[in-house]
Design a protein around this ligand. Structure first.
Ligand SMILES: Cc1cc2nc3c(=O)[nH]c(=O)nc-3n(C[C@H](O)[C@H](O)[C@H](O)COP(=O)(O)OP(=O)(O)OC[C@H]3O[C@@H](n4cnc5c(N)ncnc54)[C@H](O)[C@@H]3O)c2cc1C
Length: 455
């Protein structure tokens, strides 16, 4: 069986639904192919923290999503550092909500349907088709044991982290970023937990380091009695040992005595810079499939929504001009870098820094840094500190001067990386030269931090 659409989207997550809604509402034929059943679609492993909900793309209006926002009273992060006997309260800029993720998932699917997109559930994409020139022409999928062929002018890869589509596509004649390895990903796992008594921190996102350097725990309050408890860890750690860390912490916290677990889910998520290029002839990757996640917080919903919007708008332009070449799709890369990609690439430098330092030392130093500046650095990728504050910080962090100095040098490099991304090329021909300069900067980052090269 073979079907033909203007655009085929693989994956009914945030990025896929926003891409589909953007294009379908302009009257084009769009299908979303999703491996999950209709009932299960939208049920995605997540910490349920939605940042930037105030400014979501208009293709699926915020009003349609709002009923899934179960806690809009969260305004800060609470960083528990047991070894230092410290709790850091760090403000989170912008609008923040903790959501019922499955309900949110159903609502974005409904939003894309309302815009005119078709949905084929229970359909697992297994292969990508390309013509002799290398242009992507569609996918081959399986539905209830039958092979279904989809043909399209443009294929949107919204299949999430470590997308199978990228293993199946020959990108050798394109700029598409194939420098992707497991060390650039994190595994994450979460449980939805009910407690009888309201927790005291229902206005905060709670973070805590695990006993092992490469992981962190979180407790995000969907309501004051329904908590998303989870952990993220680098893929090179042993998952079960880290899940034990979560279980142990849950047992020791009095607020979780007698709690019941409702749901358990885990998945991979990228903790890397965005793909240098996420386009190839007839193909655009969006969201997790293109590394559009804040690598320091693991927040990827907002990036996925905007990547979906930009991919959708690029698709419409390509359909209008009849040109789906890499050159014609390039502006999508540029818009992603301009909006959030550059910032995420800058933040990735701090990620690299943390892989090379002693976790006790790091936590001690963080405890001595000014909270509002940490917040600024966490979300904007950089922070400016005045002289008086610098002196005070230096005094407070005197036990960690060496590390503070290393962080200072790393910040200088992160700022240079950020600046370089401001000069992201305007067409594919400029990419190799731009990458050469960026890679030289990365060599300086590895030399300064002592971290194992990640790319
Ligand atoms: C445990 C965990 C906690 C997280 N916490 C947060 C958080 O608190 N806040 C936040 O903003 N972000 C968080 N993230 C990241 C966030 O969930 C992702 O960045 C976001 O969901 C990415 O959306 P997406 O549309 O790109 O991909 P996804 O939401 O992963 O959607 C991909 C879709 O593609 C489908 N699919 C995959 N392969 C195929 C195939 N071969 N055929 C057909 N369909 C296929 C999948 O079934 C899925 O429906 C977390 C991630 C994890 C794993």
């Amino acid at each position: 069986m073979s079907e033909r659409y203007d655009m085929v989207v693989v994956g009914a997550g945030t990025s896929g639904c926003y891409a589909a809604a953007t294009v379908a509402r302009e009257g084009y034929d769009v299908v979303i192919v999703e491996r999950k059943t209709e009932e299960e679609a939208g049920h995605i492993a997540c910490g349920d923290a939605l940042k930037g909900a105030d400014a979501f793309p208009e293709a699926i209006p915020k009003e349609k999503l709002e009923p899934a926002f179960t806690n809009t009273g969260v305004d800060h992060g609470r960083f528990e550092i047991p070894r230092e006997d410290t709790v850091l309260e760090i403000p989170v800029p912008g609008e923040l909500a903790v959501i019922d993720r499955w309900e949110y998932g159903r609502r974005i699917i409904q939003g894309a349907k309302d815009a005119g997109a078709e949905f084929h559930y229970d359909t697992v994409v297994q292969d990508v088709t390309q013509d002799d020139a290398g242009r992507v022409t569609g996918v081959r999928a399986k539905h209830e044991g039958d092979v279904v062929e989809y043909e399209s002018d443009l294929l949107i890869d919204a299949a999430g982290a470590l997308s199978l589509l990228q293993d199946k596509t020959d990108f050798s004649d394109s700029t598409f970023d194939t420098n992707v390895t497991y060390s650039q990903f994190c595994s994450a796992y979460r449980e939805i937990i009910h407690v009888d008594e309201p927790v005291e921190w229902d206005d905060a996102l709670v973070f805590k380091p695990t006993d092992r350097a490469a992981g962190y725990l979180w407790y995000f309050p969907r309501t004051s009695t329904e908590i998303n408890a989870g952990l993220g860890f680098q893929m090179n750690e042993k998952p079960m040992e880290l899940v034990d860390d979560l279980k142990r912490d849950l047992r020791t916290r009095p607020e979780f005595q007698g709690a019941t677990v409702e749901d358990k889910l885990g998945a991979a998520l990228p903790t890397r810079r965005p793909y240098d290029s996420a386009v190839a002839p007839g193909f655009i990757a969006v969201g997790d499939a293109a590394g559009h996640v804040n690598p320091t917080t693991g927040g990827g919903i907002a990036g996925a929504a905007y990547a979906g919007k930009y991919a959708g708008e690029q698709a419409i332009e390509a359909f209008e001009t009849g040109d789906t070449s890499e050159h014609a799709l390039w502006e999508y890369n540029r818009r992603v870098m301009d909006h959030f990609g550059a910032r995420y690439a800058g933040l990735d430098i701090y990620n690299i820094f943390t892989t090379a330092v002693d976790v006790d030392d790091l936590m001690g130093m963080l405890g001595a840094l000014p909270a509002e500046k940490l917040s600024e650095a966490l979300y904007s990728g950089s922070a400016n500190i005045g002289l008086k504050l610098k002196l005070q910080t230096a005094l407070d962090a005197r036990d960690h001067w060496r590390l503070v100095y290393d962080l200072y040098k790393t910040k200088k490099l992160a700022d240079r990386v950020l600046d370089h991304y401001d000069h992201y090329p305007t067409d594919p021909r400029g990419l190799p030269a731009w990458q050469d300069v960026r890679d030289d900067l990365m060599d300086d980052v590895y030399a300064t931090t002592g971290a194992v090269p990640k790319y």
